[in-house]
Write a protein that binds this ligand. Structure first.
Ligand code: NAD
Length: 253
């Protein structure tokens, strides 16, 4: 039956950046759909753990700093040890640094590129190696951005990294589709999380942004949960290398 293809029962999902924002919404969605969730963050994630427990799900929190690729293999190994397999990876952890390009520093460039694109690639690689060992395919969901499609302003390393995420998602999908590994991305629009705090605090920018969102509201973590569950489920088995905008119509404008 068609609804059965949306279930994540029996699957284990690793979600990075799980303590707050979109990652927290995705963790809860995955758990509600039946997955065991391994949440990774450089801070503790007690709120996420409590939400999943309340929903009757299983959660393993792993503390790791994803500014480097060093912790990745250990995270995959701990997930397998705890829950027996890894079936879904959501590369959600990401940062943004705002400054005029004329003054942008090498540190702001490197930090953003390290977590937003380098870690994303090597986490995809580690997950795919695990999927190949398990011989039953797998699902990778990378979190892209409107700035995978558009230029933006004052966020050069963010735009470079998120444009890279969309391209990398296509490339990995092409290499791994034959192994039943689906690599897709979600491009959130303007969402009410820490990531956009500076924008929402600026009355002029905030009003300009809201005025161009056809849905007439900023997005919420719960808005990305459904699309993430869909891309993690077998309902999306023939979707490869696509970036779904979850943007209240921003790109359609
Ligand atoms: P957020 O800042 O609320 O969440 C980011 C998460 O990543 C947090 O849990 C944070 O602790 C974690 N994180 C940050 N640095 C880390 C590190 N070094 N190691 C491990 N974890 C780390 O922002 P968000 O909006 O929830 O962002 C989630 C993803 O969505 C990011 O990739 C972001 O670029 C993307 N995104 C957000 C928006 C938006 O409007 N909020 C739009 C498009 C894309």
């Amino acid at each position: 039956m068609i609804m059965d293809t949306f279930t994540l029962e029996g699957k284990t999902a690793i979600v990075t950046g799980c303590s707050t924002g979109l990652g927290q919404g995705i963790c809860l969605g995955m758990a509600e759909a039946g997955a065991k969730v391994v949440g990774v963050d450089y801070v503790d994630a007690p709120e996420t753990a409590a939400m999943i427990e309340k929903a009757g799900g299983s959660f393993l929190g792993i503390k790791a700093n994803l500014l480097t690729i060093a912790p990745i293999q250990g995270i995959v190994d701990q997930a397998v040890e705890a829950f027996g397999s890894v079936d879904v990876l959501v590369n959600n952890a990401g940062i943004i640094r705002r400054e005029d390009s004329i003054n942008y520093t090498e540190k702001d460039w490197d930090d953003v590129m390290n977590i937003n694109i380098k870690t994303v690639f090597f986490f995809c690689q580690a997950a795919a190696r695990q999927f190949l060992k398990q011989s039953k395919g797998g699902k990778i969901i990378n979190i892209a951005s409107m700035l995978s499609f558009q230029g933006g302003i004052r966020v050069p390393s963010y735009t470079a990294s998120k444009s890279g995420v969309m391209g990398l998602t296509r490339l990995l999908a092409c290499e791994w589709a034959k192994d039943n590994i689906n690599v897709n991305a979600i491009a959130p629009g303007y969402m009410n999380t820490n990531n956009t705090e500076q924008l929402r605090k600026d009355p002029k920018r905030s009003a300009e942004i809201l005025a161009r969102i056809p849905a007439d509201r900023w997005g919420l973590p719960s808005d990305v949960a459904g699309p993430a569950v869909f891309l993690a489920s077998s309902a999306s088995d023939y979707i490869n290398g696509y970036t779904i905008a979850v943007d209240g119509g921003w790109l359609a404008r």
